[in-house]
Structure formats: C-alpha cells, structure tokens
Ligand binder design. Structure first.
Ligand code: GAL
Length: 304
C-alpha cells in the first residue's frame, strides 16, 4: 500500500506494472476514482485505472485502442483509428466526464494523424461504464478551427465546456457543449489572444473559476500561468505566473478537487526522448482568499 507517492519517480499499479496515464484526467463515480490517460504502448491509446484512495491504482482496461469499435456520430467525421500509412494515430490529453441525463461516460481528446500535428482535431468517444470499452465517435475541427491541447469542465448546473488551444495554439477557445456532451453548442470565448497557452486545466472554488495553462514549448517544461473568472465564459483575468520558471519541470494535466475538498495540481514531467518513461508530479494547489494561486514543490505527496 502506498502511504505517499514520490513525485517524478516511476509509479506502478497494484500489479506492479508502470502506470501509463499521461496528459490525463480523474473523475469520481459511485465511490471510486477513475484515472484516464494516454498510453502509447503497443496498440493502446487510452487506459483507465481505479482507486478508492487516490494513492493505490488498479489497472482496469485499455479503453481506447487501435481496434476500438467506431461509430459515425456526426456527418463528415473522421473515425479512423489508424492513419493512411496503417500506423497509429496520435491521441492526446483524453478527458472523461459523466453525463447524468444519458448515464454515459463521454471522452474528449486531441487527435493527430501520427505523422505531424496538422490535423489539430478534437475527438469524442462514449461508453456505458467508466472502464469501457469506449466506442470512438471520430474527430473533427470545431467550426473548422484548429483544436489541440484540451480539457473538459462540468459546471454545477451540469453544463459542460470543452476548452482547447486554437489558431496554431495562439488562442484558447472555450466551447459550451450540447446537453448530451457529444457536440459543440457554442464557442463562448476566445481567451488570451496570441499568448500561445496550452495544457489547460480548470477548477472552481467558492464560485470562482481558475484556469492553469502552460506556454508552448513541446515536451520541454515552461512557466505555468493562471487566470480567474466569475464565470467560465468570462471575463477572465490576465495571466499571472504560478510555480517556478519551469513549473518544477512539469506541464499541467488536470486539477482534481477530491471528495474532501482538497485541490491538487496533476502534471506530467514529460520525457520527449523516451515518451513511455514520462513521469507524474502531483502538488497541492493553494488558492488564497484574494484569488491568488500558489504551487510549491514537494518531493512526496499524500493525497487526501
Ligand atoms: C506539448 C503538448 C503535449 C504534446 C507535446 C508534443 O506542447 O502539451 O500534449 O502535444 O507538445 O510535442
């Protein structure tokens, strides 16, 4: 049993296998936390692990793979899970939310063709259960826009938002989703024009929305910044620095508010030379009464 996790070390699941859940996301459902993330080993795209305590993770399933079931949900959706060369496509930053109306688990992700980053599309997948298998519903460019690093956020009224880097990462778009979370309803804002923010991660505390994001330097870490707003639509504040100049050699994956109310910054410490050896760093995210956000480094973490 893990009493604590050592940041940046190799983390293993309850079977002793390396955890592959990069650029991921955690949801809480019926008393269990589910951690989804990128798994680029073999024919896998996205894996899920489960935990009751956020410290010990059991491998559940490779929920999206090269051979996942596909269904055409939209007109002119690209449902290919391999590219023209027959190789793997690139699926990044998978996020999963639960739709209370349909009782479905909905995944949104960033999709590229595995050769370059020109597709800049968002993809959707759906499942009846948190551990899959997910059916891939294809990828598209929202209103024709580029869509790369992304996140999902469900507000208290169950309205969901998809947030992604657009215009070659220059602007951050905020899209409101349809009630079934399977399509975009409206582009509600374009944030920080020309600031090149990516790796967005959102949390809401005491009625205020906070978004962390990184600058664009590929696998290399850079200065994380945050902004706050009284509504997810805006008006968002200008960007302020959080953490040190490399954010302790991390890039945001997502922010988790646990069932006890504590807030944690989950991040990737990427290894661009050996992707599968990328590591995780989790830090407490401190939000002060004056809406200022702080991240301090610590070698180990016990999540509560
Ligand atoms: C980063 C991005 C990652 C991945 C990487 C590839 O900027 O946040 O998700 O796309 O670039 O170089």
């Amino acid at each position: 049993m893990n009493e604590y996790l050592t940041n940046g070390s190799i983390w293993t699941d309850t079977e002793g296998n390396v955890i592959h859940a990069h650029g991921g996301h955690i949801i809480f459902h019926n008393g269990t936390y589910y951690w989804y993330g990128e798994n680029r080993t073999d024919n896998n795209y996205v894996s899920v692990y489960s935990s009751a305590d956020l410290m010990n993770w059991r491998f559940e399933n490779n929920v999206l793979t090269v051979s996942s079931k596909t269904a055409s949900h939209r007109i002119r959706t690209n449902t290919m899970l391999t590219n023209e060369q027959g190789g793997k496509i690139n699926i990044e930053r998978p996020k999963v939310i639960y739709n209370k109306k349909s009782s479905k688990f909905i995944m949104w992700m960033h999709v590229e063709n595995g050769v370059n980053y020109d597709l800049a599309a968002c993809g959707i997948a759906i499942s009846d259960t948190p551990t899959g298998n997910f059916t891939y519903l294809g990828c598209f460019n929202p209103y024709g826009y580029m869509s790369r690093d992304c996140t999902l956020f469900v507000d208290d009224d169950e309205t969901a938002y998809f947030i992604s880097s657009s215009r070659d990462n220059a602007d951050m778009h905020v899209y409101r989703l349809t009630d079934d979370y399977l399509n975009i309803d409206k582009l509600v804002n374009k944030l920080w024009q020309g600031e090149y923010r990516e790796a967005p991660a959102v949390v809401k505390k005491d009625g205020v929305y906070y978004m962390l994001s990184s600058y664009c330097t590929g696998w290399d870490p850079n200065q994380c910044k945050y902004a706050s707003a009284p509504s997810i639509v805006g008006k968002w504040s200008t960007l302020s620095c959080v953490g040190d100049s490399t954010t302790y050699r991390t890039q945001p994956a997502f922010i988790l508010q646990t069932e006890t109310g504590n807030i944690y910054y989950y991040s990737d410490r990427w290894n661009g030379d050996d992707y599968d050896d990328s590591r995780y760093v989790i830090l407490p995210l401190i939000i002060n009464d004056n809406n200022a956000v702080h991240l301090d480094y610590q070698d180990t973490i016990t999540i509560k």
